[in-house]
Design a protein around this ligand. Structure first.
Ligand SMILES: [Zn+2]
Length: 103
């Protein structure tokens, strides 16, 4: 597969990208399974997401802040290995590129 550039997306675009199961998984991880290097533990109150990015492999990484200590955290979601997700991500890229051309 040809690799595409990394692109920032917003939470609305992410919502379109994820199916119901992926949404549940994503929300569960955000609330319970992001490691905070400052707390040296999983962020027990979850994280505040500040940046979402679609990687060159059509995975998703997020940057955010631990809700306990506000230290920056990052987490990768390897959704890109799912063909259906990959296809939706490629479709989203096309709409983003169209908007860029119009702007
Ligand atoms: Zn923390």
């Amino acid at each position: 597969m040809r690799s595409s550039p990394e692109v920032a997306i917003n939470s609305f675009q992410l919502a379109v990208l994820l199916d119901d199961t992926e949404k549940l998984f994503y929300n569960f991880v955000i609330d319970h399974l992001v490691f905070c290097a400052h707390c040296r533990a999983l962020a027990k109150d979850g994280v505040e997401v500040t940046e979402i990015c679609l990687t060159t492999m059509n995975d998703i990484w997020i940057k955010g802040r631990c809700r306990v200590c506000h230290h920056e955290v990052v987490r990768l979601f390897t959704f890109g290995s799912n063909e259906l997700f990959y296809a939706r991500a490629s479709q989203l890229r096309k709409t983003i590129n169209l908007k860029l051309k119009k702007a």
